[in-house]
Design a protein around this ligand. Sequence first.
Ligand SMILES: Cc1cc2nc3c(=O)[nH]c(=O)nc-3n(C[C@H](O)[C@H](O)[C@H](O)COP(=O)(O)OP(=O)(O)OC[C@H]3O[C@@H](n4cnc5c(N)ncnc54)[C@H](O)[C@@H]3O)c2cc1C
Length: 372
Amino acid sequence: MKRLILLGGGHAHVHVLEALGRQPIPGCEVLLVSPFERQIYSGMLPGWISGHYTIEACGLNLPQLAQRAGVRFVHAAGETLDATGRCLTCNDGTRLEFDLLSIDTGSRSSIEAIGGAAQHALPVRPIETFIAGIEALLARCREARDQPVAIIGGGVAAVELAFAIHYRLASEGHSRVALQVIGDAGLPLDGLASSLQWKCLEMLNERGIHWHAGSRVVELTGQHAVLDDGTRIPAGHALLVTGAGAPEWPRASGLAVDGRGFIQVGRSLESVSHRGIFAAGDVAAYADARPKSGVYAVRAGPPLAANLRRAAAGETLAEWRPQRRALYLIATGDRHALGAWGPFGWWGRWVWRWKDRIDRGFMRRFGNPHVG
Ligand SMILES: Cc1cc2nc3c(=O)[nH]c(=O)nc-3n(C[C@H](O)[C@H](O)[C@H](O)COP(=O)(O)OP(=O)(O)OC[C@H]3O[C@@H](n4cnc5c(N)ncnc54)[C@H](O)[C@@H]3O)c2cc1C
């Protein structure tokens, strides 16, 4: 009997679990290793902060998905990996040997890149820590209304969180809390359609959310965000939503990683250095480089599932080329959203309804009974 370990219950692995539920791999024991019993769908997280969804509606039940797939759920985090010795050690000391390993553990917040961030900022990842911390941060905002909030990072997640927090505080009558987004690009949503970037800036301005362009935060003091040119921006509270960073353990595992520490995989999603070890989602550095985004994690699921089956059977792996462009639907708090596809941008309430339908459909597909 071969053993396949699915490490992490990320967006690609929920597809693998679904595929295993439809058709098990003969002669293969499958384990899912996850430190949390639920997998939060980040696309709906800003809607939870805004009050449009319950947190139960935003999570997938991993033990249940595993059970339906005939997979054993191991409630632990992978801590160290011996890629050559084919052994994963978990944070509870459990040692799990494997024939095949698939890694979908996501990215982490690069907290060490900013001095004082560990003490003075709430990082967006791990998402469960963020969920536990955001209500306390909002409570502090309501109490100390003169303390501005800094959202550090100017990408999709930073902008969505800024709009969501603004909407939540305003709907509770706390619209005087000063919110600011500090990004190192000229406009928010760097890399997306320029019409959308300008619209986003206009909407931030309309809501009184200040956009600090071309600003790189190097230190947080608890009172200020200090920029690399020495400018001090008042910031009593801070959220860290800068780009995705790699976890430490892949580099130490012997797996080939790219310059940032993400696991290098070929077009089959198999490690370029170790046969039988696969990676997908944010933790992977794809052969065709793509941004770290949920779209590419979700899309990797079906080809990953097919190649894990082929690997177990000793068959030749198939190649996968991620799509060049991804659809971004960005919630702006008030049941309105911005949409982008390559050079095209749209916005409106209909975009929110579209996004809401897609998100709820995704959750329903994977058995969430709370999405309505
Ligand atoms: C607020 C917010 C909004 C976003 N909006 C969008 C959007 O609109 N569109 C978009 O494309 N992207 C969006 N993103 C980015 C998107 O969330 C990520 O790209 C996506 O989650 C990556 O999926 P993944 O499967 O790689 O990892 P994840 O979704 O992070 O899942 C990884 C899983 O692995 C688990 N895990 C971590 N470490 C270990 C370990 N050592 N052992 C075992 N398990 C482990 C985690 O608990 C988690 O369950 C957003 C992100 C945020 C934070």
